[in-house]
Design a protein around this ligand. Structure first.
Ligand code: TYD
Length: 136
C-alpha cells in the first residue's frame, strides 16, 4: 500500500471554560526538536505561496486562525490537505513539493521547523524537484 502524503497530527487541546489552549510539545504533537518558528499571515486575496520542496527540512504546520489548503506532491502523486482548525497539524517531511492556496483573510499559518532557514535546502523549480526525487 502507498503511504499517504498527508500526515495530520492531533494537537492536544487544554482549553477550559475560560477559552482555548492548544499545546505542541516534543514527544507530543511535535516529533522533532524545533529550531525555528515562523508564521504566514495577512496573505492578500488570491495569493498562493510555497511552490518549493526541501531537501532535509521537517516541518509541522498549524493553522492557528482561519484556513488554508495545502497541496503536496511527491513527484508522482498529489494530495490536498485542508487546515481549518488549530487542533490539527500537518507534518511535511523532506522531498515533498508544497503549495499553499485559498488562504482565508484571517489565516495565520504557524510553522515549526527542525532547522534554521537555509536557502540551500530549498528546491524552487518543479522540474528540478521531479528530477531530484526520481534520481534519489
Ligand atoms: P519562502 O519560504 O519562499 O516563502 P513561501 O514559500 O511561502 O513563498 O520565504 C519567503 C522569503 O522569506 C524568502 O526571501 C526567504 C525568507 N525567509 C526567511 O528569511 N526565513 C525564514 O525562516 C523563511 C521561512 C523565509
Amino acid at each position: 500500500m502507498t503511504a499517504a502524503l498527508v500526515q495530520y497530527v492531533d494537537i492536544p487541546q487544554r482549553g477550559d471554560a475560560r477559552g482555548g489552549l492548544a499545546v505542541a510539545e516534543l514527544g507530543g504533537a511535535l516529533p522533532f526538536p524545533v529550531r525555528r518558528v515562523y508564521w504566514i499571515h495577512g496573505t492578500k486575496p488570491g495569493v498562493s505561496r510555497g511552490f518549493h520542496a526541501h531537501r532535509e527540512l521537517r516541518q509541522l504546520c498549524v493553522c492557528v486562525a482561519g484556513s488554508v489548503r495545502l497541496r503536496l506532491f511527491d513527484g508522482r502523486r498529489e494530495e490536498d490537505a485542508l487546515l481549518d482548525s488549530s487542533a490539527k497539524g500537518l507534518l511535511i517531511g523532506p522531498g515533498l513539493w508544497r503549495e499553499m492556496h485559498d488562504f482565508s483573510p484571517d489565516c495565520v499559518l504557524m510553522v515549526f521547523a527542525d532547522a534554521e532557514y537555509d536557502e540551500a535546502d530549498y528546491i524552487r523549480d518543479r522540474d528540478q524537484f521531479i528530477r531530484h526525487v526520481h534520481s534519489s
